[in-house]
Design a protein around this ligand. Structure first.
Ligand code: BTN
Length: 270
């Protein structure tokens, strides 16, 4: 599918942010933008530096899974230097910013699935990976990795087509990746700068989660839990009520909705 090249000039010119996306490092092909962004962070690159690549040859998903990032997708990582108290909100900020940008640019309705998936009609369209380094009680850096299935024909990727979708498949035509990215940077930065005590972003994130109030199975490594995903806490944990009434607070895992047509075991990394 023909698609625009994400040159730094195209992404940054007239971009209405103070720092996110004001410096862009662009590759035609790269292993993973996470590794390149980490190198930037370790040499204290300007906050908001973004590494973008047209395709990844070793895209990383959560839980060491592979993330497919062919040409036409959006693969980028943002370097931030948040305070430690801001760390739990990064996933909320990023998923809400992705959801808002997709909705604004394409008109498509999105859903969020705990902990960090953005879906359209129950299928995953975006994955988010956050890595950070702590030093004592300070975060030295955080890298926000965002992968969006933008201009991709899912039928070319049968291994994930049952659980993943793309913006172009949903719209029936290609989209401007640059528009989505620029909107995303503006939304992310506004949410990051207006974080305050985190209450507003927490509420929007919680209210957008399709998992809330639903029966789910949560898999974390070898652990498998089932119950009702009652809510999420302000630090991002999932509150799971088991059938015997007891409660578990879960910080990481893959959620599958039960007894619903949205069932989508997220085991393929997309
Ligand atoms: C997930 O498993 O859902 C997270 C996927 C994150 C993919 C993005 S693409 C840009 C960045 N570089 C990577 O290698 N991974 C993240």
């Amino acid at each position: 599918m023909a698609t625009d090249v994400l040159s730094p000039e195209l992404v940054t010119s007239g971009l209405e942010t103070r720092f996110i996306g004001q410096r862009v490092i662009h590759f035609l092909s790269h292993g993973s933008t996470m590794a390149a962004a980490k190198r930037e962070a370790r040499r204290t690159a300007a906050e908001g530096t973004v590494v973008i690549t047209e395709e990844q040859t070793a895209g990383k998903g959560r839980a060491k899974r592979v993330w497919l990032s062919p040409k036409g997708s959006i693969s980028l990582s943002v370097v931030l230097y948040p305070g430690i108290s801001q760390l739990p909100y990064l996933i909320m900020i990023t998923s809400v910013a992705v959801a808002r940008s997709i909705e604004m640019v394409t008109g498509l309705k999105t859903q969020l699935k705990w902990p960090n998936d953005v879906l359209i009609k129950g299928k995953k369209v975006c994955g988010i990976l956050i890595e950070n380094e702590l030093q004592g009680d300070r975060a030295t850096w955080a890298i926000i990795g965002i992968g969006i299935n933008a201009n991709i024909r899912m039928k070319d990727f049968p291994e994930i087509a049952a659980t993943a979708t793309s913006l172009s498949d949903e719209l029936g035509k290609g989209i401007s990746r640059v528009e989505v990215i620029r909107c995303l940077f503006v939304e992310m930065e506004n949410l990051y700068l207006s974080l305050g005590d985190g209450e507003l972003i927490y509420q929007e994130w919680r209210d957008r989660l399709i998992t809330r109030g639903r029966r789910v199975q949560v898999v974390d490594g070898k652990k498998r839990l089932e119950g009702v995903a009652e809510t999420v806490t302000k630090d991002g944990s999932l509150v799971l009520r088991h059938d015997n009434g007891s409660i578990s607070y879960i910080v990481a895992g893959d959620v599958t909705l039960r007894n619903t047509r949205l069932d989508s075991p997220a085991t393929l990394g997309q």
